[in-house]
Structure formats: structure tokens, C-alpha cells
Design a protein around this ligand. Structure first.
Ligand code: ADP
Ligand code: MG
Length: 327
């Protein structure tokens, strides 16, 4: 048995396409304990979804390839686990809310049938009537009228499909929930309700969770730990209270904080981080953020920084080299 519920060590994932090799995840390390909620933030293309899909062995076959590293879930070596073991984990212990809700929905079954299937798998001793009640209840909780349970996925809007995907993940009462931008497609009021619901269920069942989001406000409210992903690696991590004091941050994280609209000041201002996400088919030799970094030096372009730690707070940037010891 491992110490942690989930441990990802030195993970490298690439996509082998006809045109190029996409280096999507490049030395990812993270741990998660039972009941812990980790926020994962970073721009589109940073490698967040790839990391989540790797945990469930759901990378696209042939194209997606894990080239290095390990993932251990409660003592199980995920990368070498047999298909049957993975089906057991996916079915019963780890649930995922997909960024694209159609990834979790079956177009040829009604949504009621699909939630039923989840219940049959997870709670085989539950009676038919109890299951019916659970289906109605969970649909109600995500704001879908229960009489619509006999409809098919295509009869719902994108936002509704997302909520149905969320219902399916939550009704399973998983030990680990991988929530990949679960509310990005929803409008603001329903977003807040769904997040509140996820929080309640997370606390009730002591669910461990990786919450992938663009929204630092959501991380502050929802998570204990946070990691910031850039170019397929974690460039900053720590307890939310340490990272969010904003005393010390990676220049990229600083940029993320500054790009939050400021509602308190006299003028609402959005400060975007200049430039574009590093090209994952052509990663630089040095720090992957150097090209966009206002503090970059020649050394940053030539050499990769290590993680400089201060308590739980780690920053992969030479600026903090002398803060405390290197991890
Ligand atoms: N099936 C795929 N084939 C080729 N490249 C892919 C595929 N899926 C993702 N990628 C690429 O991998 C990189 C990381 O993507 P992803 O993990 O989806 O990032 P994020 O979830 O942080 O936006 C991106 O450059 C993306 O274009
Ligand atoms: Mg994604």
C-alpha cells in the first residue's frame, strides 16, 4: 500500500500524430490523499486533461503514449494494470467529469437509464425503487427536471449535458473525482449552484478530488492545495493559503492573478499574460515560460530551474533559488 491515495511520479505523456510529436506532459509529479481537494490551473494546452486521462488510462489509443513515470492509486500500479482492474477502478472508485460532456454520455440510452447503470454498478444491493428515487433526486440536485429522464442526450443543451455528466459522476460516490473544467460550459448562476453541490457531496463522502479549472476564485473557495501547470509540468504548487498570499509566486502565476478582473478597484481591468502557450511540439531547452517571462535571463533560456521549496510552497523559478532548499 502506498502512503497516498494517488501518486503521480515523473510522468511524461506524448501524442504521436502524423504531423508531429506533441509533448503534452513533461515530468508531472503530484500526490493526493483521501478527502483532499487539489485545484489544477493553467491555460488551455497546458496538459491538464492529458494528466487526468492518464490516471484513468483513457488516452486516445495508439496516439496517446505514456513514455515515462508512474501512477499509483491506492497501491495499484495504474500504468501496468490489466484492463479488468482499470474497469473496476473506473466503474467503482474513480469518476471523471469530462471537459466534453459527450465523452461520458451514451447517445443511445436515455439519461435515466445511464444513471441507473451507474447505480447498478456501484450499489448492486439497492432496490429498483430506491434507484428510481436516487435518479430523480440527483437530477433534481443538478437542476434537470425529473420527467426528462426518459430523454436522450441529444435532446439536451450543452450545459444540461454537462450537468447530467456531473450527476453521473456524483451519484457514484467515488473515492476520487477528476473534475475537468466541470462548470466552464455553464452560466454563472448555475455554476455557483453546481460547485456548491459538489462541495457538499465532497464533504459528505470525504471524496478526494482534482478540480481542473481556469478560475482562481473557484480554487480559493474550493481547494486546499493548488498546482499551476505550464508546458506539461507543475511550475508552482502549495497549500492554497500559501500560494494565494501572493507574496511569492512564479511569474506565470503572477500573470494569472493579474488577469483576474479586479472588481474592487475603480476601473475593471484585465491584464492578460503576453504571448502564447509554449509550443508542445518544440519545447525549449530552458524554462518553458522564459519566452513570455518579464524576468527571464540567459540562464532561464539555457537551463531548467528546479523546484525551490518554502514549506509546502514550491516554485520552479530561478528567482526563488535562494529562498530555501531545493526539493
Ligand atoms: N488527441 C490528441 N492528439 C494530439 N494532440 C493532442 C491530443 N489531445 C491533446 N493534445 C495536445 O496536447 C497538449 C495538452 O492538451 P490538454 O491536456 O488537453 O491540455 P489542457 O487540458 O491543459 O488544455 C495540447 O497541445 C493539445 O493540443
Ligand atoms: Mg483540458
Amino acid at each position: 500500500m502506498g502512503e497516498h491515495l494517488l501518486e503521480i511520479k515523473d510522468l511524461y505523456v506524448q501524442y504521436n500524430t502524423d504531423d508531429a510529436t506533441v509533448y503534452a506532459v513533461n515530468g508531472m509529479n503530484l500526490t493526493l490523499d483521501k478527502g483532499e481537494v487539489l485545484g489544477m490551473v493553467g491555460e488551455t494546452g497546458a496538459g491538464k486533461s492529458t494528466t487526468a486521462l492518464s490516471i484513468l488510462q483513457l488516452l486516445p489509443p495508439k496516439v496517446g503514449e505514456i513514455t515515462r513515470g508512474s501512477i499509483t492509486y491506492d497501491g495499484t500500479d495504474i500504468l501496468n494494470a490489466k484492463a479488468q482492474v482499470m474497469r473496476g477502478l473506473r466503474g467503482a472508485r474513480i469518476a471523471m467529469i469530462f471537459q466534453d460532456p459527450m465523452s461520458s454520455l451514451n447517445p443511445i440510452l436515455t439519461i435515466g437509464q445511464q444513471i441507473h447503470e451507474v447505480l447498478e454498478l456501484h450499489f448492486p444491493s439497492m432496490s429498483r425503487e430506491e434507484m428510481d428515487n436516487r435518479v430523480d433526486e440527483i437530477l433534481g440536485l443538478v437542476g434537470i427536471q425529473k420527467h426528462r429522464k426518459n430523454e436522450y442526450p441529444h435532446q439536451f443543451s450543452g450545459g444540461m449535458k454537462q450537468r447530467i455528466g456531473i450527476a453521473m459522476a456524483l451519484v457514484a460516490e467515488p473515492e476520487l473525482l477528476l473534475a475537468d473544467e466541470p462548470t466552464t460550459a455553464l452560466d454563472v448562476t448555475i455554476q455557483a449552484q453546481i460547485l456548491q453541490l459538489m462541495k457538499e457531496l465532497q464533504q459528505k463522502h470525504n471524496t478526494a478530488m482534482i478540480l481542473i479549472t481556469h478560475n482562481l476564485g473557484v480554487v480559493a473557495e474550493f481547494c486546499e492545495k493548488v498546482c499551476v501547470v505550464y508546458g506539461g509540468e507543475i511550475i508552482e504548487e502549495g497549500a492554497v493559503e500559501d500560494v494565494f498570499t501572493r507574496e511569492k509566486n512564479h511569474p506565470y502565476t503572477q500573470g494569472l492573478f493579474e488577469s483576474i478582473p479586479k472588481l474592487t478597484g475603480p476601473v475593471e481591468r484585465l491584464v492578460p499574460i503576453q504571448g502564447f502557450m509554449v509550443d508542445p511540439t518544440n519545447l525549449p531547452k530552458g524554462c518553458s515560460f522564459a519566452e513570455r517571462c518579464p524576468y527571464a535571463t540567459d540562464r532561464c533560456r539555457a537551463e531548467k530551474p528546479g523546484f525551490y521549496m518554502d514549506g509546502t510552497h514550491g516554485i520552479k523559478c530561478f528567482r526563488y533559488e535562494n529562498a530555501k532548499g531545493e526539493a
